[in-house]
Design a protein around this ligand. Structure first.
Ligand code: ZN
Length: 303
């Protein structure tokens, strides 16, 4: 049964081509190189994404949908709430209960992911007082880490009542997020949903929102279409497709200092026979697994 579904669900580009004007005169949204040399169709049949083009950087392997801000605004206002968020009808008390967590596979998975992230952050000395979840959803992470001052950024308005229940302060815009404030920031499976042109400003603002000893954990799905066969994993509504190298480059570009980089999912993903990008350098860059995770901090002043 499952294999039948796989055949129908498009999860990989059909074809890579070389890029012409105007895209070949733009910098890569992750690493900044003038290397958007290839393009492909979007790896999904789901509208409106299916109609878009993906550009690839041959320096860091990033794939991105150019100029997607308008499409995303409309999409998250209309489709997303309707199709992906049916669980937002449950009352908050029930939602965060043990029983609900036990009975829902999705909740189980979200909590397992958040638990792993908290353990990893603790290993690097994180404190969980002022915590910001960027793209929090209803607030699984904030709930589980027991932040004393939980904060959230979540454009999906259906999440607000759950965040209210947790006592989370909510920021409506990026500029509302205060600087030099947080012990921990988590951006788990959220930045791959940004308009590519907003990536650098967003990461820059988030790194600045950390306090002097603060740590930010970013986790994104493996998005290396440029060198892997991401077969059978739904790709829409993503607009940024990160390779390990692209994630590292994006963080370094805003002067984040990386203290951990690793892939946290187990299954290996098959490599392309004729990749349009070949990972080089650190071992993490060559990883062919998912759950791409980095922990970074503010640039440290010299001693
Ligand atoms: Zn790049």
């Amino acid at each position: 049964m499952l294999s039948g579904l796989k055949v129908q669900m498009k999860t990989e580009p059909n074809k890579f081509s070389t890029t012409g004007a105007p895209y070949n005169t733009r910098p890569c949204p992750a690493c900044g190189a003038m290397a958007l040399t290839h393009s492909s169709d979007y790896p999904s049949n789901v509208k409106p994404f299916s109609k878009r083009t993906i550009l690839y950087c041959t320096e860091c392997g990033l794939g991105h949908v150019p100029d997607a801000a308008e499409m995303l605004d409309a999409f998250y206002r209309e489709d997303y709430a309707r199709t992906n968020r049916k669980d937002r009808e449950i009352d908050p008390e029930t939602y965060f209960s043990e029983a609900h967590r036990e009975n829902s596979r999705m909740m189980h998975r979200y909590y397992a992911r958040a638990r792993g992230q908290i353990i990893r952050l603790r290993k690097h000395g994180a404190r969980f007082e002022h915590v910001l979840d960027f793209g929090s959803g209803p607030g699984y992470f904030l709930h589980l880490c027991e932040a004393t001052a939980p904060c959230a950024f979540e454009p999906d308005l259906a999440s607000a009542k759950y965040l209210d229940h947790l006592g989370a302060r909510q920021f409506a815009t990026l500029d509302d997020i205060p600087q030099d404030q947080f012990d921990v920031i988590v951006a788990s499976h959220s930045i791959e949903h940004l308009a590519a042109e907003e990536l650098t400003d967003t990461l820059s603002h988030l790194v600045g929102a950390l306090n002097a000893t603060g740590l930010m954990l970013i986790e994104v799905p493996q998005g290396g279409h440029s060198y892997l066969h991401l077969d059978g994993v739904r790709q829409d509504p993503h607009t940024l497709f990160f390779t390990p190298q692209a994630l590292v480059e994006a963080v370094k570009r805003v002067h984040g200092e990386i203290v951990f980089a690793g892939a946290v999912a187990k299954p290996e993903i098959p490599r392309r026979e004729t990749p349009i990008y070949t990972p080089e350098g650190a071992a993490f860059n060559k990883v062919n697994r998912g759950g791409l995770t980095v922990i970074c901090r503010r640039p440290q002043a010299p001693e």
